[in-house]
Design a protein around this ligand. Structure first.
Ligand SMILES: *[C@@H]1O[C@H](CO)[C@@H](O)[C@H](O)[C@H]1NC(C)=O
Ligand SMILES: *[C@@H]1O[C@H](CO)[C@@H](O)[C@H](O)[C@H]1NC(C)=O
Ligand SMILES: *[C@@H]1O[C@H](CO)[C@@H](O)[C@H](O)[C@H]1NC(C)=O
Ligand SMILES: *[C@@H]1O[C@H](CO)[C@@H](O)[C@H](O)[C@H]1NC(C)=O
Ligand SMILES: *[C@@H]1O[C@H](CO)[C@@H](O)[C@H](O)[C@H]1NC(C)=O
Ligand SMILES: *[C@@H]1O[C@H](CO)[C@@H](O)[C@H](O)[C@H]1NC(C)=O
Ligand SMILES: *[C@@H]1O[C@H](CO)[C@@H](O)[C@H](O)[C@H]1NC(C)=O
Ligand SMILES: *[C@@H]1O[C@H](CO)[C@@H](O)[C@H](O)[C@H]1NC(C)=O
Ligand SMILES: *[C@@H]1O[C@H](CO)[C@@H](O)[C@H](O)[C@H]1NC(C)=O
Length: 515
């Protein structure tokens, strides 16, 4: 039995990734795309969390991508540098500093200017580096939008941890939140967003996301990691070889996409290497263990094999093999990869029921050649709720937040999840409709200036308490037209003045009700 990338190996691989990125650091030149708002001209977002706001950003030596500070993506948290003992001169710069969140149960980054309906890869990176001098690696949760994504379990101070999800984005923005679960202060080193064009990773949709378990490039023994620019989608392909059990085969010829039929676009640089078993009649086998989480005791798994024939075979030769996942045969006819074209084989029904998953590629009786495997991705399926706060309410309350610079815990989705509702907000929840805001209490919040017309865009408001602030005493008429509003507290201490100023009889009624 040959083991494939188990979770343990993934950690080791991450370490390896880190060392290799260090190795690559020397090869930098300074060309980079100009940024447009949050997105660069590839549609990427590359954030170095904790980089001082005054820093202009920089070009990452390994990828040549431009990294920016996190100012503009988040308004909470404190920047720290890693302890000097963990910083080495050649270490990738984005690891040097972190943003840390001692205050608040949930702190969120907001990624904007996205395209509703597209799928995105989100990657969050962490290296503790004893930045707080406490020598205590924390455990905390990550949420994507309103959904639990994963639990970040920092193993030690100098192991880089990389978490990745592919998710369909329903609106034009997406939030990534760090959630304090009582086991240490959440922090983050980096955050990347990469768009996929339509049609890629079709299994990621409104009700399920794909959490990366392993992404392996089989064959290369030189240890080189493939990512951007060799992979235009900047996925990180970890080299995987096992010289005693697998033979490397490779080609220098380009491996082509199947026209209009490639759901994954594994890069040619990855497809150009592959393995076959050393013993010709042996199968290629690998396995991974189920990883239960607080959200799901038996998560489902999807395994994607990227396959291509790299040898020009004589007509007398046949490479044909069966693929089985825990004994279940994927295609009884067997599989024959095409010469220099990318094929893929994967399960569409996530497998749930097992504590371990074994994949086997075994030559058919007719085959004259052993099986071949170029690359592999394993994802666990994350059930997601498409239900968020109604977009019109989000836009209105965000305008209120921006106008008055409300801090409190006003981050992430306003109403969801229920245990993270914004302070001062009341929401109503329905099973299959968006949540909406029914009450807003901003009394004693230090608000000043005029009363924002944005309040009137919260159409379901039943009460609005703006008392005990320093607001000018003019109430927009549109607020009086809110059909459900029964209580309005406003503008203390100058109530008399308001009563004289307002024209709407309904609003006066509300005002006199609110004392
Ligand atoms: C982190 O280190 C940089 C470079 O040495 C320094 O300029 C910056 O002030 C430090 N930041 C903090 C928060 O200590
Ligand atoms: C990145 O490359 C530049 C130019 O070669 C070099 O000056 C700089 O020190 C490198 N940065 C890191 C973090 O290796
Ligand atoms: C974090 O990882 C450690 C070591 O692997 C493990 O003992 C611990 O139970 C994990 N904590 C959580 C909350 O998963
Ligand atoms: C998402 O994909 C799963 C598996 O194919 C399917 O069961 C589910 O209905 C899909 N959800 C949506 C909203 O299309
Ligand atoms: C996977 O393979 C291992 C080793 O051969 C075996 O012990 C285990 O029972 C297999 N698991 C399943 C679910 O087939
Ligand atoms: C592989 O296939 C051969 C027949 O082609 C069969 O005899 C053998 O048992 C299979 N091995 C595995 C591990 O399924
Ligand atoms: C194997 O070859 C025989 C003879 O050509 C053919 O009848 C049979 O269908 C083949 N089996 C497979 C699995 O292709
Ligand atoms: C708003 O909150 C304050 C305390 O901060 C409370 O006194 C007041 O009654 C609340 N208003 C409403 C309408 O619940
Ligand atoms: C209230 O607002 C007025 C006018 O904007 C300003 O002069 C005053 O200092 C403010 N008072 C407080 C307590 O903030």
């Amino acid at each position: 039995m040959v083991d494939g990338p188990s979770p343990r190996e993934k950690t080791v691989a991450n370490k390896w990734l880190f060392l290799l990125l260090l190795g690559l650091a020397a090869a930098a030149t300074g060309r980079f795309p100009q940024a447009h708002g949050q997105l660069d001209n590839l549609g990427f977002i590359s954030i170095d969390c904790g980089l001082p706001e005054s820093a202009a950003g920089y070009v990452d030596n390994a990828t040549k991508l431009r990294f920016t500070t996190d100012a503009g993506f988040i308004d909470s948290g404190i920047n720290y540098n890693m302890s000097a003992e963990y910083i080495t001169p050649s270490m990738g710069r984005s690891w040097h500093n972190v943003r840390s969140f001692a205050a608040g149960a949930r702190n969120c980054y907001t990624l904007q200017s996205l395209v509703a309906g597209l799928r995105y890869l989100i990657r969050a990176t962490f290296m503790y580096g004893n930045y707080d001098g406490l020598n205590r690696a924390p455990v905390f949760d990550l949420h994507v939008g309103v959904n639990y994504w994963t639990t970040v379990n920092i193993s030690d101070a100098n192991t880089p941890e990389i978490y990745e999800i592919i998710t369909a984005v329903l609106g034009d923005s997406l939030q990534v939140c760090l959630v304090n679960t009582g086991s240490g202060t959440p922090f983050v080193s980096g955050l990347n967003l990469r768009p996929f064009k339509n049609g890629l990773y079709p299994m990621a949709n409104a009700t399920q996301g794909l959490v990366l378990v392993a992404r392996a490039n089989f064959g290369p023994t030189d240890g080189v990691i493939v990512r951007f620019p060799d992979d235009p989608h900047d996925r990180i392909w970890m080299p995987m070889s096992r010289p005693t059990e697998w033979l490397e085969i490779s080609t220098t010829k380009k491996v082509q996409n199947m026209e209009d039929a490639d759901s994954f676009e594994a890069p040619s640089a990855v497809m150009q290497t592959a393995i076959t078993p050393v013993k010709a009649r042996s199968p290629i086998e690998f396995s991974w263990d189920a990883q239960p989480n607080v959200n799901d005791p038996s998560p489902g798994y999807i395994c994607i094999l990227h396959l291509s024939e790299l040898q020009l075979l004589p007509s007398s030769a046949l490479r044909q093999f069966y693929i089985t996942l825990n004994g279940e045969l994927w295609d009884p006819r067997g599989f024959t990869p095409q010469y220099l074209y990318k094929n893929s084989a994967y399960n569409t029904d996530p497998q749930h029921a097992f504590s371990q998953y074994n994949v086997s590629l075994n030559a058919t009786a007719n085959s004259t050649l052993p099986p071949i495997l170029n690359a592999l991705e394993v994802f666990s399926v994350l059930p997601t709720s498409g239900i968020t706060t109604a977009a019109s309410d989000v836009s209105a309350i965000t305008a209120v937040k921006d106008k008055y610079q409300v801090s409190k815990n006003w981050m992430g989705d306003p109403c969801l999840p229920k245990n993270f509702v914004w302070k001062g907000l009341d929401c109503i929840y329905a099973v299959s409709r968006p949540a909406s805001v029914t009450g807003l209490n901003l009394s004693f919040s230090g608000l000043s200036g005029n009363v924002s017309p944005s309040f009137a865009r919260l159409k379901g408001l039943q009460y609005l308490d703006l008392s005990r602030n320093n607001l000018t005493c003019t109430i927009p008429d549109t607020i009086s037209q809110l059909s459900s509003l029964t209580l309005l507290g406003c503008c203390h201490p100058c109530r008399e003045k308001i009563s004289r100023a307002v024209s709407s009889s309904r609003l006066q009624q509300l005002l006199s009700d609110s004392t």
